[in-house]
Design a protein around this ligand. Structure first.
Ligand code: GLU
Length: 445
């Protein structure tokens, strides 16, 4: 049974990079008939907020990435404390008293000598007297995990075989002097307790994985399978940060991006699979394979997304559009209307404009009132259908001698108030005779 988790820190809005990670996990779970856990990494009580947690949940819901289970790290602090104690007992966690300044000095000195800034473990040599002296001074210990100086190997579903050696890594701080937990331990404890089988996350976590593999071992649990994907950047190759407002899921939604356009884009960006509009998540899950992810940096291109968005709308059938048309209060929007206007949509809301053009009040543009009036006189009677436009304009051409743009553009401007739009052979029957007459006379309604 596959169990995955998406583990955002609720310290900002979901951006497209986070959404891509959520989607990869969700699709991986669905492709394997597994479970998708939403885990809020909210141990940082100063930066995490309930509002951000809610906005993340809303964005995931909008994308259709429903979770099977919701977990909050803030509710599991007791479990982390217990685990920390057991690691202290087994000698895998040790207390350190260096101040940030002292650590900084050590790091700089090592780097100055061309050495990697690996903690020297001097805390392991502290005498009891020295510890007591520090405590008396008011220093509080921070707690480090003692890495085994051994090979760490894992097979990454994206990167292939990955190798680290414990000696080349710094013993990570698990708990700060003020008792707050850093990311490393709670994440591993959760993955064990929640029986997570597959961890899909950004490649910025590869070295953390090496450490966490040893934490899993120290806690007697087998490590999950890992997949680290290259991080999404903006079009210029710059990393996405939470400050990039236009890259948030909510701002894209407000800009009229369809959830499935974003899903279609993010599921295949940076993979060997073609990016194409897909109508639903089940379709994406059917052939999703995380190992198709490449090693190059994927770049988020807003224009590509826009094109995908339009293509998706142009292929949306009336049954799918109908409830949304109703929700917008467009009560005359039937199948004929939808099929006429959908090729002109860049965003769904654009339908409101075309609904007005077909059924509401517009400002007709009359360049030549005489010509418009002559054309109005030739409007056919009877029931109008898709052939009416051709018959009518044929008659107007014959009567006025106009052809091509000279003929069609003034009619479009009069009938719609616009110089572009859906095919008039489809619009004309929707506009109908009465409105067409009024508009050709220059009357708005
Ligand atoms: N909260 C971590 C992050 O957002 C989670 C990383 C993980 O998936 O383990 O980077």
């Amino acid at each position: 049974m596959t169990i995955v988790r998406f583990a955002p820190s609720p310290t900002g809005q979901l951006h497209v990079g986070n959404a891509r990670m959520a989607l990869a996990n969700w699709l991986h779970a669905r492709a394997k008939g597994g479970t998708f856990i939403l885990r809020l990494d909210d141990t940082d009580s100063e930066r995490s907020t309930a509002e951000f947690a809610t906005s993340i949940e809303n964005d995931l819901t909008w994308l259709g990435l429903q979770w099977d289970q919701l977990e909050r790290q803030s509710a599991r602090m007791e479990r982390y404390r217990e685990t920390l104690e057991s690691l202290k007992q087994s000698g895998r966690v040790y207390g350190c008293y260096e101040t940030p300044e002292e650590l900084d000095y050590k790091r700089k000195r090592l780097m100055g000598r061309g050495k990697p800034p690996i903690y020297d473990r001097s805390a392991l040599d502290l005498s009891d007297e020295k510890r007591e002296a520090y405590e008396a001074e008011g220093r509080k210990p921070h707690w480090r995990f003692k890495l085994n100086h051994a090979d760490i190997n894992f097979d990454d579903l994206v990167r292939g075989p990955v190798h680290f050696h414990g000696q080349n890594l710094s013993d990570p701080v698990l708990v700060r002097g003020d008792g707050t937990y850093l990311y490393m331990l709670p994440s591993a404890v959760d993955d064990i307790d929640m029986a997570v089988t597959d961890v899909i996350r950004g490649e910025d976590h590869v070295a953390n994985t090496a450490v966490q593999i040893q934490i899993f071992e120290a806690l007697g649990a087998p490590p999950p399978v890992f997949a680290h994907t290259p991080l999404l950047t903006d079009i210029g190759g710059k990393g996405l940060s939470k400050r990039l407002g236009s890259m948030t899921v909510s701002s894209l939604r407000e800009d009229g991006v369809e959830a499935m356009a974003l899903n279609s884009y993010l599921a295949h960006i940076g993979t060997s699979d073609a990016i194409e509009p897909r109508a639903n998540l089940a379709d994406l899950a059917a052939d999703f394979d995380i190992s198709h992810t490449g090693r190059g940096t994927p770049k988020f291109d807003p224009d590509h997304l826009k094109t995908l968005n339009a293509a998706l709308l142009h292929g949306t059938d009336f049954a799918a559009a109908e409830p949304r048309l109703q929700a917008l209060g467009l009560d005359q929007a039937d199948a004929a209307f939808w099929l006429a206007v959908r090729p002109n949509l860049e965003r769904f809301d654009d339908v409101a404009l075309w609904h007005k053009v077909c059924f509401g009040a517009i400002d007709p543009v009359l360049e030549d009132a005489g010509f418009a009036s002559a054309a109005a006189d030739l409007l056919p009677g009877g029931v109008w259908d898709q052939t009416t436009w051709k018959d009518w304009t044929g008659a107007v051409k014959e009567a006025t001698g106009r052809k091509g743009k000279e003929l069609f553009l003034p009619l479009r401007l009069a009938l719609t108030g616009l110089d572009h739009g859906p095919e008039l052979k489809l619009l004309l029957p929707l506009i109908g005779r009465a409105r067409a007459m009024q508009r050709l006379a220059g009357e708005g309604q």
